[in-house]
Design a protein around this ligand. Structure first.
Ligand code: PLP
Length: 459
């Protein structure tokens, strides 16, 4: 340890006393979080010297894994050359080149890129852009947003307003006037005996009904994650996104595809909207994997059509999109993103994801044989185990599984060297894209043992 470096005990004390974490019980001072010290490949290490497979890849973010010297060099080089330049009146090579690179990989005509500081600010900027667009068209009433229950789009006011995880909002205010929720598209939640295609019809009807009730003249956009990530890795039925987009087009409603989790290889493609789900949205939001989490960055990809339409309307006058951040297009973050993408391309990482995904998904689905597993689902390198006590269990056991399954599974996995992310009755994971078959085996072997123990204890 370096002289003067804080001890693990000091870090623990400062953190418990002074550091307010996201999604943290107010005033709690004995959280005793794991103190992460180092990362290498798919592994994290803590102050006790323990080694963990990083199941969630940070927060769905560390695509290329930890400890990449090239990333450190690219970041350091940019810091020494130019750590900052105002995006209001100047540009930098990294920002301009990254914008063109994203445009080259984006679906359709999504060629205009607005940089932000992360996913929430990307979603917030996309929603403000949609308001701006309709104001320019003189459609001042067309401001509503349709979003889905269990969606998660971020923590700024607007992004939180379109997020549909009910328990996240209990003590926070959101815009309840302009946001309209429809049900989540989880086939696992469909009524007994209903086919998946009937379930899809029902979801599409609900969207159409919502538009009819609110009035298309009052709805600006529909926002959807291709796969609802934090809501529990909810993969919609086939054709769902395509049919939602068709309805949006019929009613002149813009489609925002929130790819904060699904972009940058998680589904084996740079962006999932078109290549995986067959849709070309009007706007894509992304973040996280854009830099593999090495530094913060987000982006909004906007269709040329919308920009050109507005340009034509503003004629000789320049009307400003008065939204932006000091750190929009931050040169260090953009240099990191360029290096990250270069590494992904050089190592053909997306092909690797496509090749390894069937094995990952098969090992995941095998876990469904545990009596405590209600559903084991996923897509690409995204997975979720949802706990549910069998119907013959006592009321008490059912309640306990519903509230504690995720946390209990997380603890058992952590003790064996695997991190997963507990979400109430679920545990989700999305390992770094560089994961190999033997690591996948280690991950699922640990989950297997952990699930057997949790079943034993809870049922
Ligand atoms: N959108 C989606 C789909 C997300 O999963 C998240 C975060 O998990 C966000 C937006 C918000 O991103 P950030 O936490 O970088 O602000």
């Amino acid at each position: 340890m370096r002289a003067n470096a804080p001890s693990a005990a000091d870090i623990r004390q400062f953190d418990n006393r002074n550091h307010v974490h996201p999604w943290h019980p107010v005033g709690m001072e004995d959280a005793n979080f794991m103190i992460a010290t180092e990362g290498d490949g798919i592994h994290l290490f803590d102050t006790e010297g323990r080694k963990y497979i990083d199941g969630p890849a940070g927060m769905w973010s560390t695509q290329i894994g930890y400890g990449r010297r090239e990333m450190a060099d690219a970041i350091a080089e940019q810091v020494m050359k130019l750590p900052f330049a105002t995006p209001w009146t100047s540009t930098t090579g990294p920002a301009a080149v990254l914008a063109s690179k994203l445009a080259a990989h984006s679906p359709g005509d999504l060629n205009r890129v607005f940089f932000t500081t992360g996913g929430s600010t990307a979603v917030d900027s996309a929603l403000r852009f949609v308001h701006f667009y309709n104001n320019m068209l003189g459609r001042h009433e067309k401001k509503g947003i349709i979003a889905r229950e269990k969606g998660y789009h971020g923590s700024t006011y607007l992004a939180a307003s379109v997020s549909g995880k009910a328990r996240d909002k209990s003590f926070l205010d959101t815009d309840e006037i302009n946001v309209h929720f429809i049900g989540d598209p989880n086939p696992y939640g469909r009524p007994d005996g209903m086919s998946t295609s009937d379930w899809c019809d029902r979801l599409i009807d609900e969207l159409a009904q919502t538009i009819a009730t609110v009035g298309a003249g009052r709805i600006a956009a529909f926002i959807a994650e291709p796969v609802l990530a934090s809501g529990g890795v909810i993969v919609p039925p086939d054709g769902y996104h395509r049919r939602c987009l068709e309805i949006c087009r019929q009613h002149d409603i813009l489609y925002i595809s929130d790819e904060v989790v699904t972009a940058f290889g998680r589904m084996g493609e740079m962006f999932a909207s078109e290549t995986v789900f067959g849709i070309t949205p009007d706007i894509i939001t992304c973040a996280k994997g854009i830099t593999s989490g090495y530094v913060p960055l987000g982006a909004v990809l906007i269709s040329d059509r919308l920009m050109d339409e507005m340009r034509a309307l503003s004629q000789d006058e320049y009307i400003m999109f008065t939204n932006g951040f000091t750190y929009s297009g931050h040169p260090v973050a953009c240099a990191a993103a360029l290096k990250n993408i270069e590494i992904m391309e050089r190592e053909d990482m997306f092909a690797h994801v496509r090749q390894i995904t069937p094995y990952f998904q098969q090992r995941l689905r095998d876990l469904a044989r545990h009596p405590i597993v209600g559903d084991a689902r996923g897509m690409g390198l995204l997975g979720c185990i949802e706990g549910r006590a069998p119907s013959e269990s006592t009321e008490e056991a059912r309640l306990a599984v519903d509230l504690e399954f995720g946390m209990r599974l997380d603890k058992k996995c952590e003790a064996r060297g695997l991190l997963v992310r507990p979400i109430i009755n679920m545990a989700v994971f999305s390992p770094p894209l560089i994961i190999q078959q033997d690591d996948i085996d280690r991950m699922f072997d640990i989950m297997d043992v952990a699930l057997a123990e949790v079943s034993e204890e809870m049922l």
